[in-house]
Ligand binder design. Sequence first.
Ligand code: HEC
Length: 299
Amino acid sequence: MALFLLRPVAGKKLINPEYVDYAEELGDPLDYEQPLIGFPGHFAPNDLLFYQGDQFPERYKNGAFIAFHGSTIRAPYPQGGYFIGFVPFKEGKPSGPWEVFADGFAGVDTIVNTSDAAYRPMGLAMGPDGSLYISESEEGKIWRVMFKGAKETFGSEHLAAMEKHKMLSHIKDPDEINDNLDRGRAEAGEKLFVTHCGACHLADGRGDGTRYPSLHNSDWVNGDEQRLISILLKGLEGEITVNGQSFQGVMPAFNYLEDEQIAQILTYVRLNFDNDSPSIQAVDVRRQRRRESREAENL
Ligand code: HEC
């Protein structure tokens, strides 16, 4: 666990939030040596291999391949990482910016949920013939990467195509506003909430205190995501307890709303009314619908 985080955006070191209690003992992060290189947050470098083989072009020799397993908690921004990077070295030090060596493991670009990624690079190894082996953690798949071209003429024009990958949402530094996946969704969610939920829970989400429960600071809202989505898909009846108060009413189902509409309403509710929980995406609703129809078939 790193004591310090380098924030490439700010260009400075900060104390890792998990260690702020020790700030005094640790001293000023700036008094410590600068790291040799920094990577964007949550890329999760899981393996490192200094290439010693002869099969690849000269520029890869003694440079570092890095398996970025990829982030799990970058919401509301797209998840990042999920590729194999390379850092060129000269005389024991990085000699240039990090590069994208192999990408496409996730199978999609905007990775909203970790589970959207088909594969997640994990381990690196070199074979006796200089081939690079890449393993991944979802299916246990292993790739063998071999170089078949002309080593002497290999250079920047061959690298240009991979350089473009740095603009993809799972690799670039997210723009604070434009890359926020919740942008505009909470506003749309508010309108939908007033229309579909306001009659009972009221526009301020406080309900009437006797028949219709409050959504403020509610376990039902902040708790298990699947259970919450399910309340909208199936409705809810029978006795429930909300913040110590018991209710026995009937809430109708909203399964006729689209996945994205349900996701927007729940995102709005989870970010307002004294709640503070991660957003809900349309894929989460789609998955829950599938889960419930499978359950219904098995009954
Ligand atoms: C017709 C009235 C009605 C409407 C419309 C309605 N609800 Fe409810 N809701 C209820 C009742 C009644 C309960 C409590 C059910 C019980 O006692 O089992 C409830 C419970 C809940 C709960 C769990 C308890 C809590 O307070 O956290 C959530 C979350 C919730 N509703 C969200 C919504 C959302 C979001 C909408 C709009 C899509 C909505 N409801 C629309 C009547 C309604």
